[in-house]
Design a protein around this ligand. Sequence first.
Ligand SMILES: Cc1ncc(COP(=O)(O)O)c(C=O)c1O
Length: 444
Amino acid sequence: MTLAELLPSVAASVQPRLAPGIWPTGTHPTPGGDLSFGGIPMTHLAGRFGTPCSLLDEAEVRSRARAFRAALPSAEVAFASKSLPCRSVLRWLAEEGLSLDVCSAGELAVARSIGFPAERIMMHGNVKTPEDLKAALSYRVGRIVIDSLDEIDALAALVAFPQPVLIRVTPGIDAHTHQAIATGVEDQKFGFSLASGAALVAIEKVLATPGLRLVGLHCHLGSQVRRIDGYEEATRRMVGLLARVRDEHQVVLDQLDLGGGFAAAYVDGDGEFDLPGFAHRVRATLGYECSAARLPVPRLTIEPGRSIVANAGVTLYRVITVKHGSRTFVAVDGGMSDNPRPALYGARYTARRIGRHGRAALRPATVVGRHCEAGDVLAEDIPLPEDIRAGDLLAVPGTGAYHYALASNYNMVCRPPLVGVCAGEARLLVRRETEEDVLARDLG
Ligand SMILES: Cc1ncc(COP(=O)(O)O)c(C=O)c1O
C-alpha cells in the first residue's frame, strides 16, 4: 500500500511534478490541477479550440533556436522543416536567423509562401523528382544536397545557372538510435557510402559536370541521437574525405554539414541533449582534424529539427472511455492519426490529467487512440490518477516535432489544429481539418 493510499490528503497533493526538459519552460501547474501554457490555462485552450488540439509555445521555439546559435556562433543552423513544416514556425525561425532544410517541392512551397530567403534554403532527399528539382531551381535555393548519381544527371539537365551543391555521404556510423531513424550506417537508401568509395565517385562526377558547383559535403547520422561521440567520429571521417578531395582533385571544399538528429526529451529521465558539450567537442575535433590535414576549417552547418520544436509542443486530448481489466486503457479522441510515432518506431510519451485534482492515487494506465489498430497506443504504462474517467482532459508533452508533419486521415479522422501561444495570446496557426476538406479530394 502506498503512502497516498494510506493518507488521501497526501494523494491529493501528489500531482506528479513537471519533468524538466519535457514540457515548455513556460508551462506551470496552477491551482485546481490545471497547467498554464504560455500564460493561458490549458483547460481554456481546450474549451476554445476543442480537442484533440496541438499547442505550440512560440517563446520555447525561439529560445531553443537561439540556444543553437549561441552554442555555435560561427556555424549555420538550418531548421529541418520536415519536423514542423508550418508557415508561422518558419517565419519565427527566419527571424531568428536560421537557415532551412527542405526535402520536397511541398516543403519548399511552405517556405516560399512566407518568402524564406532562398539563399538560406537547402534541398535534401534521396528521391528528388523533376518537380522537386525544378521548384528548387526556380526559387534559386542556396544549395541542393545530391543523393544519387542519377540526380547529378537530372539536375545538370535542368540548371540554367551554376548551382551550388553538396554531396550526401554515408559515413558508416552507428548513432545508437532506432533502426528506422538511423541514417548514418551502411546498407541503406540515403547518400553515398564512404567505405565503398561511392562518395568519391560521386564527387568526381559532380566536379566534372558543368552547371554544378561542389561547395561541400553533408552527412546525417539519424534522429533522436543522444551520444556525441558519433558526431565526433563523423567529423573525423568527413574531414578525411575533404583531405582526399583536396589531394586527388586539388579542390578545397569550404562547407561541412553534419546534419541534425539531436535528441529531444519525451519521458521522465530522458534528459536534455548536451548542446554545449556537442558544440565544444565537435568544434575541437573539427579544428584538430583540419589542422592535422592542413585544411582550412570549413563552415559548419547543423540541421536540428526535433530539438527545436518537439518540446515546445503539447497535445490536448479528451478521454472518451476508460476500460479496467488486466490493464487500464484510457481511450482518447485522437491517436495514431495525429501521432503515429509510437506505432512507427516505439516512441514513448507521458501524459498528465489536467483540469481537476482528485484524491486518487496514481496507477499505471495505457493511453490508447480511437483508431482500428491494436497498435494505436499513445503512451504505455504511465502513471495516471486511478479515478480517471470519460470527460477528463489529458495533456501529452513533447508533441511539437513529427506530429503535424506525419499526421494522417486514417479512419477519415480530421487532423487537429495547431495553436500558437505567446505571452498570454493564443492564435490558430493551422485550423482543424473538416470533413469537407477530406471529401474535397474524393471526386465521387
Ligand atoms: C538530412 C536531415 N537533416 C536533418 C534532419 C532532422 O533530424 P531531427 O529532427 O532529428 O533533428 C533529418 C531528419 O530526418 C534529415 O533527414
